[in-house]
Write a protein that binds this ligand. Structure first.
Ligand SMILES: Nc1ncnc2c1ncn2[C@@H]1O[C@H](COP(=O)(O)OP(=O)(O)OP(=O)(O)O)[C@@H](O)[C@H]1O
Ligand SMILES: [Mg+2]
Length: 251
């Protein structure tokens, strides 16, 4: 077994929106069991990159390989089949439905045509326990959950649907300290269980606390991919803003 086989390999990815070059030949690798943080200024191309990975946009050039298979035209269905799941910020949960109903949304178990609620409740309990997600009552409706619990629920659903590489876009934006800590714990736990995690974050302390490697994107290019332990927050901020961290940052 070669543990250092990348699950995702992106080579020379390009994407234009009209005259805007959102990605100018980005290359990147992501591994199972690893937390990869993607950082970069507003408009750097982070979301465009992850949208290409989930098949939501078609790149103008380059190749995406997943688990050794290359795709020039990755569709959302193919990406999902290959275990790439993106949890976007709106989370796509149904507020009026319960925890277990959301876990099985669109993939319900049926028995003789009837919903097999017992099985879905049991599997939800097992899944939440395995992921160490703390939601005391799975009969709660999503509207009554905290932000952190919602994020955890969206991640649990992604795992249930076969996710192997979980991509999170700003998962703790607008969360308090306690909630953020719970979501970070879940992300770490996922990586420890062998899932790959890609997290987009503007929160540099969080990036340093969580990630194994940091990918800095600037103006559509991957400027560097670094071992988190080998760099300082100042180094990263310098790379993001493209100058000295102390006097290069704009207001
Ligand atoms: N659908 C689109 N149509 C036109 N331009 C777009 C589109 N999507 C992205 N862009 C442009 O492409 C560039 C990269 O955008 P992207 O959303 O990838 O940035 P980002 O790094 O995610 O930024 P942020 O941190 O603000 O979310 C920006 O200049 C943006 O305006
Ligand atoms: Mg974005």
């Amino acid at each position: 077994m070669n543990e250092r086989q990348p699950y995702i390999r992106v080579e020379n990815l390009k994407k234009n929106f009209g005259h805007i070059e959102a990605l100018k030949g980005a290359s990147l690798e992501a591994y199972p069991g690893e937390i990869l943080a993607i950082v970069g200024d507003n408009g750097a191309g982070k979301s465009t990159l992850i949208k290409a990975l989930s098949g939501a946009i078609t790149p103008d050039g380059g190749v995406i390989s997943i688990d050794g298979q290359s795709f020039a035209h990755l569709t959302p269905k193919l990406a999902e089949e290959k275990g790439i799941t993106t949890v976007y910020q709106d989370l796509a949960l149904v507020n009026t439905q319960t925890v277990w109903e959301n876990i099985f949304l669109g993939h319900e178990y049926r028995r003789w045509g009837w919903l097999n609620k017992k099985k879905m409740r049991r599997e939800t309990a097992e899944l939440l326990e395995r992921l160490q997600v703390s939601i005391p009552d799975q009969e709660s409706v999503v509207a009554d959950l905290s932000g952190g619990q919602r994020q955890a629920l969206a991640v649990a659903r992604a795992i249930r649907q076969g996710g192997k590489m979980i991509i999170l876009d700003e998962p703790t934006a607008a969360m308090g300290l306690k909630e953020t800590a719970a979501v970070q714990k879940l992300i770490r736990h996922l990586a420890d269980q062998g899932y790959g995690v890609i997290i987009i974050s503007h929160n540099i302390p969080q990036v340093f606390e969580l990630s194994d490697r940091i990918c800095v994107i600037r103006q559509g290019k991957v400027l560097a991919v670094l071992d988190t332990k080998s760099v300082t927050a100042d180094d990263i901020v310098c790379m993001i803003v493209g100058g000295s961290a102390s006097n290069g940052a704009k207001q």
